[in-house]
Design a protein. Structure first.
Length: 250
């Protein structure tokens, strides 16, 4: 009996190993290096996504209106405010509708709202140990809210979550129907290579070396030595009918 059980365990382990190996993304690409271009048509989304990040959306829109040359977006961000992130996404969508290719690269981190920018890019680049994270939205409420208000806020958060999951699935391809929902709710922190291996589409090019004017670990834009995470942010207040509530973060 022990021999039979041992044989079954070995067979199960062999099957599991084979299944994992077959789940590796054969469509994924790896290149030795990628240089984020210098110059006016490179935009930096670095640090927290907050009120100051609206200038990123403004620059993308302005660049796409002036020329059909590629726009490059370098991302090093833990995420932040949904309302600001959606303006950046909208500017990217407008640029692509104008026939402009939008190339996004990630240095150290694209998490939360910063990750949700990626489904809207034409091309994407990251190093194998770049950290990527997607998760449900949160609302930061000022003062008390009624049950009705809480219910309405909850519905809005679920709507944002559903949109994010649909966009992520369309970009990456889920290996199973429950895979994306599981990692979305568990807030799994991925290394880029592992996430590419787990998903099924050719959505992210892994590079051995990602070069930028200030280096891939920089939290400042080209020619700007100020750490943007230390700059004062803006707290945006939203009126929900006549009751104030503030900040939806993702």
């Amino acid at each position: 009996m022990k021999k039979i059980i041992a044989s079954m365990l070995i067979a199960t382990m062999a099957f599991t190993t084979s299944a994992v190996a077959q789940s590796k993304n054969t469509a994924a690409k790896t290149i030795s290096s990628y240089q984020v271009p210098k110059g006016e048509r490179t935009v930096y989304l670095v640090g927290e996504v907050n009120g100051q990040s609206l200038k990123v959306a403004s620059k993308i829109e302005r660049l796409s209106a002036s020329s059909k040359d590629d726009i490059n977006i370098f991302i090093n961000s833990p995420g932040g405010m949904v309302v600001v992130g959606l303006q950046i996404i909208q500017a990217i969508d407008i640029a692509r509708a104008r026939g402009v290719k939008v190339v996004c690269s990630v240095g150290v981190l694209a998490a939360s709202m910063a990750f949700q920018v990626l489904p809207h890019c034409s091309e994407r680049y990251a190093m194998k140990h770049t950290l990527l994270l997607f998760h449900p939205a949160r609302a930061m409420v000022q003062g008390g809210v009624t049950g009705e208000q809480a219910e309405m806020i909850g519905k809005e958060l679920l709507r944002i979550d559903a949109r994010a999951q649909a966009e992520n699935d369309a970009m990456m391809g889920s290996p199973s129907p429950l895979w994306l929902a599981l990692h979305f709710r568990n807030e799994t922190l991925w290394e880029a290579q592992d996430l590419v291996d787990e998903t099924t589409k050719d959505w992210l090019t892994i590079v051995d070396v990602l070069s930028t004017p200030n280096g891939p670990f920089s939290l400042s834009a080209e020619g700007d030595d100020t750490d943007q995470t230390k700059r004062p942010g803006h707290r945006h207040k939203f009126e929900f009918e006549d009751k104030p509530w503030i900040i939806v973060n993702i």
